[in-house]
Write a protein that binds this ligand. Structure first.
Ligand SMILES: Cc1ncc(COP(=O)(O)O)c(C=O)c1O
Length: 389
C-alpha cells in the first residue's frame, strides 16, 4: 500500500472545524453557564447588567471608539445586516460589493427586496476581490470584511476614504475578533457570536459610528420598518438598545455563553491574542499548502487569504479531468471520510462555492489540532482518489 494510504496515527483532540457555529473555546464546558441569569426577566437589574457587561466587554476587546455604539439585536448576523440596510439605505446612491455567497445575499436584498434604484454592484468570482478603485465614497458602500464562503478577505482598510460622505456598512461576522478592523473607516459593522468567539447562535451585534447615528436620526426611510428593525424612537437613537435594553427578549443563556467567550478572549490577550491565534492557524495551513501538490488556496492573492474560513481548492491533474459533478462528489467524499474518522467535522466547501474544503482557523481552534488534521487531509484525498479512479 502506498504510504499516503496509511492513516495517520494521531487525531486532532477537537475535530470541530466548522465555519459556524464554530468550535467552542478551549476548556469550554456547559457548567460554565451556571451563573446565567435564567428564569428572570431580561429587564431585571441582574439581567440588564449581564447584557451590559457583554456590550462593555465587547467594545473593550474590539477597541471600539468611545463615541461608537454597540448593541445586541435579534436574528443573528442576518438580522443585524438587514436592520442596517432597511434603516439606512435610500438616501444616497449605493455601491455594493460581492465576491461570494453572503455578499450576493445582500445584493439580492437591495436589488430584489428593497429595490433601490440607484445601485451599482461590483462583483468578483470566488477566489478574488472586486476592483475597490471603482468605489465612490460619496455613495453608501456595503461590503464584507471576510467572504466566509470563499475565504477571501479585505486585506486592510486603506481603500476606504477617510473623508467619505456616504456610510460604510460592513458585514464582518467571520472577521471580527480575528482581523484588525480600522474603526475610523467603518460606520456600521455587524457580527454574531457563533463565529470567532465560538459563542451560541441567535443574536446579532450591530456597531454604529456617530455618522451612522446621525443618518438614523435625520433620515426617514421610505418604507415600513418592523419593530425588530427599529433603531430609533421618536426620531432619536433608541439608546437603550446600546445599554442592554434589547428590542425584544434575548436568550440569557446565549448571553452568558458570549460573556464566557469574551472573558476567555481577554485571558488569551484580547484582540491581539485572538488575531495571533487565528493568523497562527493560517500560517500552519500555508506551510502545508506550499508543500502539497494537490491543493491550493481558493483565494488567489496571499494578502487576501482568510485566517478564519480557510478555503482550499483541489488542483490535482486527475481532479481537473473530472466533470463538475464528479469534482463535487470527490470533495464531499473527502469531507465525509474525515467526519467518519472523527478527525474533522463540517469541512466541505459551502454549497454555492467551488468544490473543495473549508477549514475554520478562527481563534477557538488550537493550532495543534489543525496541524494534526493536515496529514489526514492527504490521506483522505488519496483514499477517495483511489476509490474513484
Ligand atoms: C459573511 C456572513 N454573513 C452572514 C451570515 C449569516 O449569519 P447568521 O446565520 O448569523 O445570520 C454568515 C454565516 O455564515 C456569514 O458568513
Amino acid at each position: 500500500m502506498p504510504e499516503n494510504l496509511t492513516p495517520p496515527t494521531s487525531k486532532p483532540q477537537v475535530p470541530n472545524f466548522s465555519s459556524g457555529p464554530c468550535a467552542k473555546r478551549p476548556g469550554w464546558s456547559v457548567s460554565l453557564l451556571e451563573n446565567a441569569c435564567l428564569g428572570r426577566s431580561h429587564r431585571s437589574e441582574p439581567g440588564k447588567a449581564k447584557l451590559k457587561e457583554v456590550i462593555d466587554l465587547s467594545k473593550k476587546i474590539l477597541g471600539i471608539p468611545a463615541d461608537y455604539h454597540l448593541g445586541i439585536v435579534p436574528a443573528s448576523d442576518t438580522g443585524a445586516v438587514e436592520m442596517a440596510l432597511w434603516s439606512l439605505l435610500g438616501k444616497l446612491p449605493l455601491d455594493i460589493l460581492a465576491w461570494e455567497n453572503f455578499g450576493q445575499e445582500w445584493v439580492t436584498d437591495v436589488a430584489d427586496e428593497l429595490q433601490l434604484a440607484d445601485t451599482r454592484v461590483f462583483k468578483a468570482p470566488y477566489g478574488s476581490l472586486p476592483d475597490f478603485g471603482q468605489v465612490d465614497f460619496s455613495h453608501d458602500v456595503v461590503f464584507l470584511w471576510n467572504g466566509t464562503t470563499s475565504g477571501v478577505r479585505v486585506p486592510n482598510g486603506d481603500w476606504i476614504d477617510s473623508d467619505r460622505t456616504g456610510l460604510t456598512i460592513c458585514d464582518a461576522t467571520s472577521a471580527v475578533f480575528a482581523m484588525d478592523i480600522p474603526w475610523d473607516k467603518i460606520d456600521v459593522l455587524t457580527y454574531s457570536w457563533q463565529k470567532v468567539l465560538g459563542g451560541e447562535a441567535q443574536h446579532g451585534v450591530i456597531v454604529l459610528s456617530p455618522r451612522a447615528v446621525e443618518r438614523l436620526e435625520t433620515y426617514q426611510p421610505p418604507r415600513p420598518l418592523p419593530k425588530l428593525f427599529r433603531l430609533t424612537k421618536k426620531g432619536k437613537l433608541n439608546a437603550g438598545i446600546f445599554k442592554g435594553d434589547t428590542i425584544n427578549t434575548p436568550s440569557m443563556l446565549c448571553a452568558e455563553d458570549a460573556l464566557d467567550a469574551l472573558k476567555w478572549a481577554e485571558s488569551v490577550g484580547g484582540k491581539s491574542g485572538l488575531i495571533s491565534r487565528s493568523e497562527g492557524n493560517l500560517a500552519a495551513m500555508s506551510q502545508w499548502v506550499e508543500k502539497t501538490a494537490w491543493v491550493d488556496f481558493l483565494a488567489e492573492k496571499p494578502e487576501t487569504r482568510s485566517c478564519t474560513s480557510i478555503c482550499l481548492k483541489i488542483v490535482d491533474g486527475w481532479f481537473a479531468g473530472l466533470s463538475s459533478e464528479q469534482q463535487a462528489e470527490c470533495a464531499k467524499k473527502v469531507a465525509k471520510l474525515l467526519a467518519k474518522e472523527e478527525v474533522a467535522y463540517d469541512i466541505a466547501s459551502y454549497r454555492a462555492a467551488p468544490p473543495g474544503l473549508r477549514i475554520w482557523g478562527g481563534a477557538t481552534v488550537e493550532t495543534a489540532d489543525l496541524q494534526a488534521l493536515l496529514p489526514w487531509l492527504d490521506w483522505a484525498y488519496a483514499t477517495v482518489k483511489r476509490e474513484m479512479e
